[in-house]
Design a protein around this ligand. Structure first.
Ligand SMILES: NC(=O)C1=CN([C@@H]2O[C@H](COP(=O)(O)OP(=O)(O)OC[C@H]3O[C@@H](n4cnc5c(N)ncnc54)[C@H](O)[C@@H]3O)[C@@H](O)[C@H]2O)[C@H](O)CC1
Ligand SMILES: [K+]
Length: 520
């Protein structure tokens, strides 16, 4: 499913209206979907005897988001509810379809208040008594910081209410910028969001994602071709996508059928990282893992995981010698893919090794953690002969691009995509709302995960999973996106079993089986 910017959404609206779909009809569809969602929420969350006893309060802004709200209130009134409306402007300031929907609200005898004419106390008491708030203050048309009545309403609700009523946001929580998920000063937190036609970026990026609650995308009459034509190949990776992408495993297989991985990882003091990666790769379905690591730790790491084949690299005092490069390249002739980085350290030998692999190999190659940190010449990435995948967290991405971590997080979608296209590689930009970007411009925002995934070793597990899925699926981009999804979903299961506080990276691996069982 597509993810849009406000500009793309506007183009979709305009194209639909131009193709003879009247604007009022689009709004009516949006309103009907909103009313249906409100009714679903009421039935699920509130115990009541008569519809008419419920207090449904609609907060209405001056633009079309407010228009959706006005029409939804009218529909609910016709279904037997008693909605009330709080208007942020005077009725004379409404125009076009909004003015018409206001007239219809009056005609249907809906109780209407103007915010400016209410005393603060009256407004607060009205909100406090509400069973459900429908937030139709601001949608994709927000410009600048929140101001005027809209700001007063958001501030009052956020500052004066200890317990906020159940809230349904129309299209996007008011105050969240649809283009990037940032706050326009402040925003109204929703329990649910009903969003029109497609996801908006701001619903899936933080902090916006935290404000949106449970999101439902509803169809309002805009054709999927129109959305396709006016969008940029950015999609969500959800369970549906994961089910579609799960590689089929043939029965007449042997361990070579599911890939052989050369894992270049670990150093003295960091012997756990390679084990997490190797274990995640094997549990992810990969056939065979060779761990290539410093001679001093080769034996002890092998002892931690019996399924592992450990290969000692020439080293001195635990540091891999620069001469190990030739041995590794020779060795990799018998594997299908290479993953390098977890716990590898960043000394000179490691840098030489990674540069040599980038210059000489043509296998599928995944670079993570320290293998990313030692790269100084980005041309090596561009010129790599095989298919390359990088898995930086924002800090590593900052080092690769010269941007700050803040800049990366403020624009993670576009930065990830540009980098992937410029250097012709797959890029997994980790962090909350992981982005997977392909060299051809495709990109996914991942929807699975929980904050418990922000734990030591979580990235090492992801690298192993990416290797596992790549070994089993021919489209490396899809494999990486699927691995990110599975990692996140396993994290959700791990959090359910242990809590977000108490889960560790091994718990993610322990819960992979549940994800595979769910997807099969
Ligand atoms: N296909 C669709 O998605 C449809 C969407 N609809 C709904 O329309 C809104 C977008 O409507 P638009 O009129 O463009 O903008 P808004 O209502 O979001 O806001 C404009 C309105 O708000 C005032 N305003 C702007 N910025 C601020 C601010 N920072 N502080 C206070 N006030 C602000 C401005 O003056 C305007 O009056 C979309 O989200 C959907 O909900 C259609 O109805 C159906 C098709
Ligand atoms: K809204």
């Amino acid at each position: 499913m597509q993810v849009l910017t406000p500009e793309m959404m506007k183009k979709c609206d305009q194209a639909t209206i131009k193709a003879a779909y009247p604007e009022i009809l689009l709004m009516e569809s949006a309103a009907l979907a909103t009313a249906k969602m409100a009714e679903e929420i009421i039935e699920k969350e509130i115990s009541f005897e008569y519809k008419s006893e419920l207090k449904l309060s609609f907060l209405i802004g001056q633009g079309n988001n407010g228009g959706d709200g006005l029409a939804a209130a009218r529909i609910l009134k016709n279904w037997g509810y008693q909605p009330q409306i709080v208007l942020t402007c005077s009725p004379s300031e409404l125009s076009g379809v909004n003015a018409l929907n206001f007239k219809l609200a009056v005609l249907n005898k809906i109780e209407i208040y103007q915010f400016e004419q209410l005393k603060t106390k009256e407004f607060i008491s009205l909100i406090k008594q509400s069973d459900l708030i429908v937030d139709a203050l601001l949608g994709t048309g927000i410009k600048g910081q929140i101001r005027g009545s809209v700001k007063s309403i958001i501030t009052l609700i956020n500052q004066q209410l200890v317990k906020k009523p159940l809230t349904l946001a129309v299209d996007i929580p008011s105050g969240i910028i649809a283009a990037n998920g940032n706050l326009a000063g402040d925003a109204l937190k929703a329990d649910y969001t009903v969003t029109m036609a497609a996801y908006k970026r701001g619903l899936l990026l933080y902090p916006g994602k935290d404000y949106a609650g449970k999101i439902k995308v509803v169809e309002i009459g805009i054709q999927s071709e129109t959305i396709q034509e006016n969008s940029d190949q950015l999609k969500v990776f959800n369970q549906q996508e994961a089910k579609k992408s799960l590689p089929v495993r043939k029965n007449n297989s042997h361990k070579g059928s599911f890939g052989k991985l050369a894992l270049l990882a670990g150093s003295p003091g960091m012997t756990g990282a390679p084990i997490l990666t190797a274990k995640a790769a094997l549990k992810g379905g990969l056939g065979l893992v060779y761990l290539l690591t410093a001679a001093e730790i080769a034996e002890m790491t092998a002892a931690q995981l019996p399924e592992l084949v450990s290969v000692a690299l020439p080293s001195q005092a635990g540091l891999i010698k620069e001469t190990a490069a030739a041995k590794i390249l020779k060795f990799t002739e018998k594997v299908d893919l290479i993953a390098a980085g977890p716990g590898l350290g960043q000394d000179k030998g490691v840098k030489t090794l990674i540069e040599n692999i980038l210059k000489e190999s043509s296998l599928d190659l995944i670079l993570d953690a320290d293998a990313l940190n030692v790269i100084s010449d980005l041309e090596l990435l561009k010129n790599y002969k095989g298919k390359l995948t990088l898995t930086p967290h924002p800090g590593e991405m900052a080092a690769l691009t010269g941007l700050s971590i803040k800049e990366i997080n403020n624009n993670r979608i576009d930065i990830a995509r540009k980098f992937a296209q410029k250097y012709q590689l797959n890029l997994v930009l980790k962090g909350a709302a992981t982005i997977t970007a392909a060299p051809d411009g495709r990109a996914y925002i991942n929807l699975s995960g929980s904050n418990g995934l922000a734990t030591a070793g979580s990235g090492d597990v992801l690298t192993g999973l990416i290797a596992a899925l790549m070994a089993q699926e021919s489209d490396n981009f899809r494999a990486a996106a699927l691995a990110v999804y599975i990692h996140g979903r396993a994290g959700e299961f791990a959090a359910q079993a242990n809590s977000d506080y108490a889960m560790i990276a091994s718990d993610i691996i322990a819960n992979l089986k549940k994800v595979y069982q769910e997807l099969q």
